[in-house]
Design a protein around this ligand. Structure first.
Ligand code: PMP
Ligand code: GLN
Length: 385
C-alpha cells in the first residue's frame, strides 16, 4: 500500500508563521510581558458578554442570514451615518464578516483577476500581500515616507498603471500609528477620480484616534465611498479580538460581488455574537469614549518611555507605539525583539515584518492595549536598558 502523502506545490511559498504568533509564543515561553501582538490583556464590558449570553439563552443559535443579522447591519449603517455622514443601505451595502481579516481576503478574491495589480503602502498589515497572491494578483509595493510614514502621492501616482485594480489603505495605521488627514484623503480622492481603481480602506482602528483629531473614514468622501470597501472590526473596538467579527460597507454593486465570494467562503458569522453586538451598539458611549480610554494609556506609556533610551515616534492613533532602538542596541530589529523578549522580558514586534524585503530601519512596535500594571512592569524593565 502506498502511504506516501502526495507532494504539494505551495500557493504561498514565501509565507511562514506570522510574526505575531512567533513573538506571542516566545513571550509565553520566556514569561515576558507581551507588548508584541496587538490585543488587550483586560476583559471586555460584562454587559457585552451578558448581551451575547442572552442571545444564546433565547435560542438564537442557528445559521443567521448570509449577510449578517438585520439588527446588526442596521446598527452599523446608523453608526456610519451618524459619524461619517454617509447613508449605507443596511440590506444591500453592509455585510457582517468573520473579522476584518476575512473581509479583506473576500474583497480581494471578489475583485482581483489573475494579473491585476494591487497597490499596498508599506509598511502594511501582513495579510494583504498573501491575500493578493492567492487571488493571482500582482503586488505593487509603494513605501510610505520613511521616518514619518505619511503617504507619498507622487509615488502612489507613479505606481498606477492600466492594470491597477485596487489600492489598500489603512488609517489609523498599523504599525506606525499615523492617522491620515483630511487633506491626504482629498488627495487620494483626486488621484483615483479619473481611474477605475477600487479602494480597500482598512479602518479597524477607526475609534482609536487621539488629541482631538478625527478619523477620516473613506465614507466621508463621496468620490472614495463610491469605490470603497470600508472594513472594520468589532474585535478592536470592543476589546474582543478573539470573537473575530467585523463588517464591511460598500456600494451595492461591489457588495453583490463580495457576497458571491462570502457565501462560499464563510457563508455566515456567529449568530449570538451578532445579536449581542447589535444590542450593545444601541449605546454609542463605548465607542465614543474609546479615544479617551486609549489616549490615557498612550500617555501613560509615552511618559514611561521618556525614562528609556528609546526615541519615540509620533502616536496619533491605534493602540501601537513605535520606537527607534538605535540608542539602545546595535542589533537588527528582529534580533532585538527576540533579545528583548528573552533577556529583558518585554515582547515587541519588528517593523521589518511589515515589509516585503524585510527593510530594517531600527524601529520596533509596542502594543499599549494593556492594564496599567502591565504597562508599568514593562516600562520598569525597559528603563533599565
Ligand atoms: N487590519 C489591521 C490593520 C489589523 O491590525 C488587524 C488586526 N489584526 C486586522 C486587519 C484584522 O482584524 P480582525 O481581527 O478583525 O480580523
Ligand atoms: N492586528 C494585531 C497586530 O498587528 C494581531 C494580528 C494577528 O495576530 N494576526 O498585532
Amino acid at each position: 500500500m502506498n502511504t506516501r502523502t502526495p507532494a504539494l506545490k505551495s500557493r504561498l511559498p514565501n509565507v511562514g508563521t506570522t510574526i505575531f504568533t512567533v513573538m506571542s509564543a516566545l513571550a509565553v515561553e520566556k514569561g515576558a510581558v507581551n507588548l508584541g501582538q496587538g490585543f488587550p490583556d483586560f476583559d471586555c464590558d460584562p454587559r457585552l458578554v451578558d448581551a451575547v449570553t442572552d442571545a444564546m439563552k433565547k435560542g438564537l443559535n442557528q445559521y443567521p442570514p448570509m449577510t449578517g443579522v438585520p439588527v446588526l447591519r442596521e446598527a452599523v449603517a446608523a453608526k456610519i451615518s451618524a459619524l461619517y455622514g454617509h447613508a449605507y443601505d443596511a440590506t444591500s451595502e453592509i455585510t457582517i464578516t468573520a473579522g476584518a481579516t476575512q473581509a479583506i481576503l473576500t474583497a480581494i478574491l471578489a475583485i482581483v483577476h489573475p494579473g491585476d495589480e494591487v497597490i499596498v503602502l508599506e509598511p502594511c498589515y501582513d495579510s494583504y500581500v498573501p491575500n493578493i497572491e492567492l487571488a493571482g494578483g500582482v503586488v505593487v509595493r509603494v513605501p510610505l515616507t520613511p521616518g514619518t510614514f505619511r503617504p507619498d502621492f507622487d509615488k502612489i501616482a507613479a505606481a498606477i498603471t492600466p492594470k491597477t485594480r485596487a489600492i489598500i489603505t489603512n488609517t489609523p495605521h498599523n504599525p506606525s500609528g499615523t492617522v491620515w488627514t483630511r487633506a491626504e484623503m482629498l488627495k487620494l480622492q483626486d488621484l483615483l477620480a479619473p481611474t477605475e481603481i477600487l479602494l480597500i480602506s482598512d479602518e479597524v482602528y477607526e475609534h482609536m484616534v487621539f488629541d482631538g483629531q478625527q478619523h477620516e473614514s473613506a465614507a466621508r468622501f463621496p468620490g472614495l465611498a463610491a469605490r470603497a470597501f470600508i472594513v472594520s472590526s468589532f474585535g478592536k473596538t470592543y476589546h474582543v479580538t478573539g470573537w473575530k467579527v467585523g463588517y464591511f460597507a460598500a456600494p451595492a454593486s461591489l457588495t453583490a460581488e463580495f457576497r458571491k465570494v462570502h457565501q462560499f467562503n464563510v457563508f455566515t458569522v456567529n449568530t449570538p455574537v451578532q445579536y449581542g453586538l447589535a444590542s450593545y451598539m444601541a449605546d454609542p458611549k463605548p465607542y465614543l469614549e474609546l479615544p479617551a480610554f486609549y489616549q490615557r494609556k498612550r500617555d501613560l506609556f509615552r511618559d514611561g518611555l521618556k525614562r528609556t533610551k528609546f526615541r519615540m515616534l509620533p502616536g496619533e492613533g491605534t493602540y501601537f507605539q513605535c520606537v527607534d532602538i538605535s540608542a539602545v542596541s546595535d542589533l537588527g530589529e528582529a534580533e532585538f525583539c527576540k533579545w528583548l523578549t528573552s533577556e529583558i522580558g518585554v515582547a515587541a514586534i519588528p517593523l521589518s515584518a511589515f515589509y516585503g524585503n524585510g527593510f530594517d530601519q531600527r524601529v520596533v512596535r509596542f502594543c499599549f492595549a494593556k492594564k496599567d500594571e502591565t504597562l508599568n512592569t514593562a516600562l520598569d524593565r525597559l528603563a533599565k536598558l
